[in-house]
Design a protein around this ligand. Structure first.
Ligand SMILES: Nc1ncnc2c1ncn2[C@@H]1O[C@H](COP(=O)(O)OP(=O)(O)OP(=O)(O)O)[C@@H](O)[C@H]1O
Ligand SMILES: N[C@@H](CCO)C(=O)O
Length: 299
């Protein structure tokens, strides 16, 4: 039997829409065993009651995608999902399943594909690379899609900061959160974001955390998504007042991610309190960045 442990991810980090993501020490685990008894999917933890256990489950769809490419056909599979990452909250749950499913299927097929090829497959399945890249590689990853539709990436060390994730008690699908984005943005807004992404990468690399508040500013996606996350503007403002160095919507939302040197409990409690003032139940988790990415074990 093989097992993978795949980290949650927070994508965008403010201005890096579809470009930047960071892995966190919160995990989904997938176990798989080849059998001769067809498909059996067992789900433990989050989503156990709602996720399908047939061939429509994302983990099977993903493994099937790789088996097709590898021309490998197991007679049957026992798959177990142990889900600890909340689903459709902007913490990369689907990315963990895609990365984990690809790594497991590649292992069963005799490792015909490299990690770089797996990253390209994962980005194609997910539609964007910013969650799948750090889920696979760990750390902070900058991903670029070339004109030939290939991913070029660079992993940098994650900041030595605490991450506070405020998780509202409602789902927001990535598809819905992308539908509210405009087809075009102004030249000024594009320049605004490019400048912050450049500065953010440099701030992480030089550990110049005083720059983070400016680096997390964004004009490409968060304002358009504000109506989908009641209280988001105020949560961000009040958590900054509590000492968060930087704060933004996590991925496509609805979770909010803050980076802090200290005061992580106060920042978390403030996020929960301000969401409650807007009628939204929420909880928070304090996480550390993950630097390893996916880990596969032969049990
Ligand atoms: N743990 C899981 N197991 C199986 N399928 C999952 C799991 N997590 C997500 N999915 C599938 O992926 C779909 C899309 O999830 P979606 O991308 O909206 O959320 P997310 O990955 O949790 O958040 P985000 O991508 O914003 O970080 C879900 O509707 C579900 O079908
Ligand atoms: N970059 C993606 C992340 C989705 O998790 C978005 O913001 O839509």
């Amino acid at each position: 039997m093989y097992r993978v442990k795949v980290p949650a991810t927070t994508a965008n980090l403010g201005p890096g829409f579809d470009i930047l993501g960071m892995a966190l020490d919160l995990y989904n685990i997938i176990e798989v065993k080849e059998t001769d008894r067809g498909l059996n999917i067992d789900i433990e933890g989050l989503g156990a009651k709602e996720l399908p256990t047939d061939k429509s489950n994302l983990v099977y769809q993903t493994m099937d995608y790789l088996f097709d490419k590898a021309d490998y056909r197991p007679a049957g599979l026992d798959i177990k999902l142990i889900n600890q990452i909340p689903i459709a909250r902007g913490l990369g749950s689907s990315a963990t399943i895609i990365v984990g499913g690809l790594v497991l299927a590649n292992t069963l097929a005799g490792t015909p594909f490299s990690n770089d090829q797996l990253l390209n497959f994962a980005a194609e399945i997910e539609g964007h690379p910013d969650n799948v890249a750090p889920a696979l590689l760990g750390g902070v990853v900058i991903s670029v899609i070339t004109d030939q539709e290939e991913i070029i990436y660079k992993k940098i060390k994650a900041p030595e900061l605490k991450t506070v994730v405020g998780i509202p008690d409602f789902k927001l699908s990535t598809t819905e959160a992308r539908e509210v984005l405009p087809a075009q943005v102004t030249f000024n807004d594009a320049v605004f974001n490019c400048s912050r992404v450049g500065l953010l990468v440099s701030a992480f690399m030089t550990e110049d955390y005083d720059l983070l508040a400016t680096c997390f500013e964004d004009r490409l996606h968060q304002s358009y998504r504000q109506d989908l996350v009641p209280g988001m503007g105020e949560v961000i403002k009040e958590a900054k007042d509590d000492g968060a160095l930087a704060i933004a919507l996590s991925g496509a939302g609805p979770s909010i991610v803050a980076l802090t040197l200290e005061n992580e409990v106060e920042v978390g409690e403030t996020i929960v309190r301000v969401f409650a003032q807007h009628g939204i139940k929420a909880n928070y988790k304090v996480a550390e960045p993950n630097s390893t990415g996916v880990i596969v074990e032969n049990l």
